[in-house]
Design a binder for this molecule. Structure first.
Ligand code: G3P
Length: 213
């Protein structure tokens, strides 16, 4: 499973990129607003840092606006993937952009049927939201597992991005459920790598080593 960072904050992108483990970035309007900088400048800067897909979301809700904005954003950089919502306009825009050779990431996916329709519209990526499903007492990991099973059964090439990932458990469970990618918030990365037994082990190795010198 590939790891993406879910952030639009340049310092966060630079830091996690320096770990050598991420292969893409996802953003959304909330993350862009949180970063507090110009949308276009931010996205282009991220594309210059990361070698890999960078998802940038349309903010127009009408079909014509969605397509126009999607095509415009896609021109900013070759790495850009256009994020569209899992609704009827999102499907139509996805079809149009895919026909133009533009990569798409269909976001806010909460069901297998949404994933199926998005793949039929040519989506490059689909983003099921684990945490938000759990917020309403549904099993987000089970959704990932089901989408994976359906995609494998029907030879569907759309890649599954586990999104709305909030805990270390979400990351390992997404990998086990067959997600192709997990997009992870900045603060979670420390929790994924740090382990008290690793720290304790390093201390013991170092104190034993120092006794020999
Ligand atoms: O990847 C989608 C993410 O940014 C949404 O996360 O925690 O707001 O549901 P959350």
């Amino acid at each position: 499973m590939e790891l993406y960072l879910d952030s639009a904050i340049i310092e966060e992108v630079e830091e996690i990129n320096s770990w050598g483990i991420i292969s893409g970035i996802t953003t959304n309007p909330t993350l862009i607003a949180k970063a507090g900088k110009d949308f276009k400048e931010t996205v282009i800067k991220i594309c210059e840092i990361i070698k890999g897909p960078v998802s940038a979301e349309v903010t127009c809700e009408d079909l014509e606006g969605m397509i126009k904005q999607g095509k415009e954003i896609a021109r900013w950089h070759d790495s850009i993937v256009i994020k569209l919502p899992c609704n009827v306009n999102g499907l139509k825009a996805c079809k149009e952009l895919s026909n133009d050779g533009i990569q798409t990431n269909l976001t806010l996916c909460f069901s297998v049927n949404q994933a199926l329709l998005c793949s039929a519209a040519g989506a490059s990526f689909i983003s099921p939201f684990i945490g938000r499903l759990e917020d309403i007492n549904h099993n987000g990991i089970e959704l990932i597992r089901e989408i994976k099973e359906v995609f494998e059964k029907h030879n569907i090439k759309t890649k599954i991005i586990a999104a709305s990932v909030r805990t270390p458990e979400h990351v390992s469970a997404s990998a086990l459920a067959g997600a192709d990618i997990a997009t992870i918030p900045y603060t979670l990365f420390d929790k994924l790598i740090n382990h008290p037994l690793t720290e304790k082990g390093i201390e013991k190795f170092m104190s034993d080593w120092k006794k020999t010198i």
